[in-house]
Design a binder for this molecule. Structure first.
Ligand code: GDP
Length: 360
């Protein structure tokens, strides 16, 4: 039986209007010709579609987004290790793995600790094959990365208050938008507070994001006291029944003392209405700045308590191993990673998923 194309019923319906000479056989012939032309067009379009990237193409399924965001690191670290393991395992294989980890900014101390474990497993015969060595390496990376703390700490009663700190340019505004979008996708009522009153552009940017994401925003006049804006936002969060209040803070103050004083003042203002807040202080770090990000983090740690890291721009670096160094050297949990510029380019950090994505 012939399967008629989608348009045929219309043709048939229109038949009384056609010239009387047009027979049913001719209508069928026209329809078949149209179908053939359609199939030809589809075939041509397929031929013109770009071929998938052979090496760094992300795997399908839940890991795809993370693996896609980690493409640069996978291209460098993941493939270097897979290549090293592509031959009969030997001491040279272990040296190559070590070099690949160092090259990806995992850091000397963490690399040595991981390799010590892998070498022992190799020497003792527990990991002799490429597969077993890779499993051993993945296990060690997972242990190094897993902080046991995932997602946001929640307040005993809403609103949960999240203070976001970090230097300008690290990706703070975008990361706040992502966090808000992530929470909105989980049906949380989100209020943003633009307490970085000296950056008019950042306030404007945050307002645009808030409208797009469906979050409320409280902002002060340009140059207003950030602590006063934070206080107003806390009141508003309570009054409006927000689930989460995210407070943006100034990313550049002239001295360490200024930064410390301002962050303390903001915290005190919030605590006037919600004792025990902020429940989370997230430091946004730019993954593309490598070891500098760690030096920057140390500065912030001297100025205020930080409860977790939001590692932005992980998609922009081939040295994503920095995440191991951050965890190892700062002892703080990485709570979220940013893997693109869109609000949905965020993932709560999960050590297991991360390691899988790295070698996917
Ligand atoms: P802020 O000055 O710290 O508030 O930084 P912004 O949020 O304005 O971000 C600075 C730049 O980094 C912007 O161009 C953002 O689009 C970009 N950016 C932020 N996060 C990411 C990320 O995860 N991946 C990429 N590729 N770009 C990002």
């Amino acid at each position: 039986m012939i399967a008629f194309p989608y348009g045929l019923p219309h043709l048939v319906a229109a038949a009384p209007l056609l010239p009387p000479a047009l027979e049913t056989r001719e209508i069928v012939a026209v329809a078949l010709a149209a179908l053939a032309a359609l199939l030809l067009a589809i075939a041509l379009l397929r031929l013109r579609a770009p071929a998938p990237r052979p090496l760094a193409a992300p795997p399908p399924g839940a890991l795809a987004q993370l693996a896609g965001g980690l493409a640069k690191t996978r291209d460098r670290l993941g493939l270097a290790i897979k290549r090293a393991l592509g031959r009969e395992p030997s001491q040279a294989t272990l040296d190559e793995i070590e070099a690949a980890l160092i090259e990806a900014d995992v850091g000397v101390a963490a690399t040595q600790a991981i390799l010590e474990d892998v070498r022992r497993a190799f020497a003792e015969g527990r990991a002799r094959t490429a597969g077993a060595l890779l499993d051993e390496l993945k296990k060690d990376l997972r242990v190094k990365l897993d902080s046991g703390e995932a997602g946001l700490r929640e307040a005993p009663a809403p609103p949960t208050v999240v203070l976001v700190v970090g230097v300008n340019g690290a990706g703070k505004t975008t990361s706040i938008a992502k966090l808000a979008a992530w929470l909105r996708a989980r049906n949380k009522r989100v209020l943003l507070c633009a307490a970085d009153t000296f950056r008019a552009a950042a306030v404007e940017q945050l307002s645009i994001w808030a409208a797009r994401i469906g979050a409320g925003i409280v902002k002060g006049a340009s140059g207003a006291d950030p602590a006063a804006v934070a206080f107003d936002a806390t009141e508003a969060a309570l009054a409006r029944g927000a689930d989460v209040l995210i407070v943006d803070t100034a990313g550049r103050l002239h001295t360490h003392q200024n930064l410390m004083a301002e962050l303390s003042k903001i915290k005190r203002a919030i605590q006037k209405r919600i004792p025990g807040a902020p429940h989370e202080v997230l430091l946004v770090l730019d993954a593309t700045t490598g070891q500098n990000a760690i030096a920057q983090a140390r500065e912030f740690l001297r100025a205020t308590d930080v409860t977790g890291i939001f590692l932005a721009k992980l998609d922009g670096t081939a040295k994503g191993g920095i995440i191991v160094a951050i965890r190892e050297q700062l002892g703080l949990p990485v709570k979220f990673v940013g893997i693109g510029e869109r609000p949905e380019d965020i993932q709560p950090f999960d050590a297991e998923k991360f390691v899988e994505a790295l070698f996917a």
